[in-house]
Ligand binder design. Structure first.
Ligand SMILES: Cc1cc2nc3c(=O)[nH]c(=O)nc-3n(C[C@H](O)[C@H](O)[C@H](O)COP(=O)(O)OP(=O)(O)OC[C@H]3O[C@@H](n4cnc5c(N)ncnc54)[C@H](O)[C@@H]3O)c2cc1C
Length: 574
């Protein structure tokens, strides 16, 4: 891999994505597909250039914290400078539509830019990620007035956003939210305290709050929650009652402000339907989950590069340590898992883009025949099923691998890796949070299980079988192995879904098995168009299909009794 803009990204700008259909559906038959594709490559080139400039300052200033000055979070210089650089070239709020001054870039490209920025500065990425994510939610759920008032300012980078869900008693379980929304003479006001809010000093807060009129009946559930846009400055220019009470000190991402935010009867504007806030917020969170997957990949990629560089330079026993077979295996495992995470994220992003293109096409082409419209609708629905399963899997896989890869990078560097100034140590500490925010890994695998319970596997596996069947040459025996793995998972999953507690107990290995075959298919497709990727795909299939066999056997032969055994083992420490 050379530099920020490498083949791992660029192959998706080529044959792996049907850009012709995408652009024609989104923009009409007369679109110049080549010019559009070249523009996307241009965006990535600009982003890569800026990231290469940002990286040294970010590593150097890694432990500089955000300071609270007169109640306002002030990020360290590398964050301010990085944000300005992204702003100058218009790389903020990339999903925003053209009518508000944005580029409305495909999800694939937005996630690639987040990956690049994370590789350079994981803290800066949190602010950039929210910039696009919050704007996207306002675009989708905000009134015309809110969209026109705020979106152009998001695009120019004049204002920033935050997503305010978590409260002391409401972490993974957002049903615990007690921030109260009260209506007075047609206006809405918020009272409550949110914790761990990334970019809590931002101008625009999207807040999940419980409506006063159904507070007691809905308490403890995700019903009765509405989504509010709460600005820190009201439209008439007066300050709103939103206060930053504290900033947190953290293990990593020091440059990312993490705040306790208090709403003291702050005026807010409802977005989406009253009581349907949780659903709207899930939409934002799903985009954000893919963003965090991209963050994990960027961090892991930086650590892998450091480790490979060091393994070539450091000599022990008369040779570079990278010449040792054990080291080669470790480094190959790191590359494999970065590439696997990326393959899963990109596959999911491409599906999202396909569906957005279908939506645009159906909205524009009023004269579509009934049969064609029904066919497109069916395809859209099947893609949605796939997206709902692949999103939590992409987040789970990329972030857990990020944790493992950055730890392995420390191992490759040996004692130097454990020094406070080591880049890989910093990357490891930055990477840990990716398995926690936007829903922990445990929540991601439970979400995936829920989708599997609703029958998503069949739809996902149908597509894999079709793609595997189209592979040719020396990829065929590998495709057959993956097909055999799919059968094992299908059998194990049906055994699993007979008992809900047992299914929850097994949700991690279940998520891993499914991810392994999805990634295997994607990597084999890559190898079909880029033969240099054959070893990567073959190694994934050989290593991960063994894990599939092991998990499937363990799931099929176990039962819910294993929970009692866990309790007995934990009891030894109580
Ligand atoms: C740096 C940072 C930035 C953050 N940014 C934001 C932000 O911008 N906006 C925001 O709203 N929040 C933010 N958060 C909050 C974050 O989303 C939560 O910390 C996270 O969702 C977990 O909630 P919790 O910390 O309360 O852990 P808990 O919910 O208490 O979970 C503790 C452990 O129990 C496990 N667990 C919980 N429920 C289950 C279950 N049903 N099954 C299995 N295991 C379970 C979890 O996986 C975890 O391992 C941020 C947090 C941090 C640390």
């Amino acid at each position: 891999m050379a530099g920020y803009l490498h083949d791992g990204l660029l192959i998706y700008l080529g044959e792996l994505v049907d850009w012709g259909t995408y652009f024609r559906q989104r923009k009409g038959d007369d679109v110049d597909v080549e010019a559009e594709r070249a523009a996307l490559i241009g965006v990535l080139e600009t982003c890569a250039e800026i990231c290469a400039q940002i990286e040294p300052e970010a590593r150097e200033g890694w432990d500089q914290p955000v300071e609270l000055v007169d109640g306002e979070p002030v990020p360290p210089p590398h964050i301010q400078a990085g944000y300005e650089r992204l702003r100058e070239v218009g790389l903020l709020a990339l999903p925003v539509r053209e009518e508000y001054g944005g580029f409305q870039l495909p999800s694939l490209i937005c996630n690639m830019t987040l990956e690049l920025v994370s590789r350079a500065d994981a803290s800066l990425m949190t602010i950039m990620g929210l910039q696009g994510g919050i704007a996207q939610d306002i675009q989708e759920y905000g009134s015309k007035e809110l969209r026109e008032r705020y979106l152009p300012r998001f695009v120019t980078g004049e204002i920033q956003g935050s997503m305010d869900l978590t409260e002391a008693q409401a972490g993974s379980d957002l049903g615990g939210i007690v921030t109260r929304a009260t209506e007075e003479d047609g206006r809405c006001f918020l009272d409550g305290e949110k914790i761990f809010i990334t970019n809590g000093g931002a101008e625009i807060h999207l807040v999940l709050a419980r409506d006063d009129d159904s507070f007691d009946q809905s308490k403890g559930t995700t019903k009765g929650l509405s989504l509010y846009l709460c600005p820190r400055t009201l439209p008439d220019g007066t300050p709103n009652a939103v206060f930053i009470d504290r900033l947190e000190h953290k293990l990593g991402i020091h440059g990312s402000p993490t705040a306790v935010v208090r709403f003291d009867h702050a005026e807010a504007f409802r977005m989406a339907e009253k009581g349907k806030g949780f659903k709207a917020m899930l939409n934002l969170m799903n985009h954000a989950r893919l963003g965090v997957a991209a963050q994990g990949i960027g961090i892991a990629e930086a650590a892998t590069e450091e480790a490979i560089r060091h393994s070539k330079e450091r000599k022990q026993f008369g040779m570079p340590i990278g010449e040792q077979p054990l080291m080669k295996n470790m480094l190959a495992r790191m590359v494999l898992n970065v590439e696997g995470s990326r393959a899963l994220l990109y596959r999911c992003a491409v599906l999202i883009d396909r569906n957005q293109a279908i939506e645009a096409y159906m909205a524009r082409e009023k004269d579509l025949g009934e049969a064609e419209r029904a066919e497109l609708q069916r395809l859209w629905e099947r893609n949605e099923v796939r997206i709902r399963l692949l999103t939590p899997l992409a987040k789970y896989v990329a972030t857990e691998y990020c944790d493992e890869i950055t730890r392995l990078a420390i191992q490759v560097l040996g004692g130097i890796g454990f020094m406070a100034e080591s880049a890989v140590g910093k990357l490891h500490l930055d990477g840990i949070i990716t398995t926690i925010y936007e829903g922990t890994s445990e929540i991601q695998v439970s979400f995936a299980l829920k989708e599997i319970g609703k029958g998503a596997l069949e739809t996902v596996f149908d597509e894999l079988r079709k793609e595997l069947g189209e592979l040719t040459g020396e990829l065929v025996p590998l495709a057959e192995k993956v097909l055999a793995g799919i059968e094992l998972i299908t059998k194990a999953s049906s055994a699993l879904l007979t008992d809900f507690s047992y299914a929850l107990l097994c949700s991690r290995p279940e998520a891993e098995m499914v991810s392994h075959v999805v990634v295997a298919t994607e990597l084999l497709k890559q190898a079909q168009v880029v033969p240099q990727r054959f070893d990567l795909a073959a190694s994934w299939v050989n290593r991960k299909l063994l894990e599939v066999e092991m998990h499937a056997r363990r799931i099929s032969t176990g039962s819910v009794d294993r929970i009692a055994r866990c309790e007995s083992i934990i009891g030894l420490f109580e």
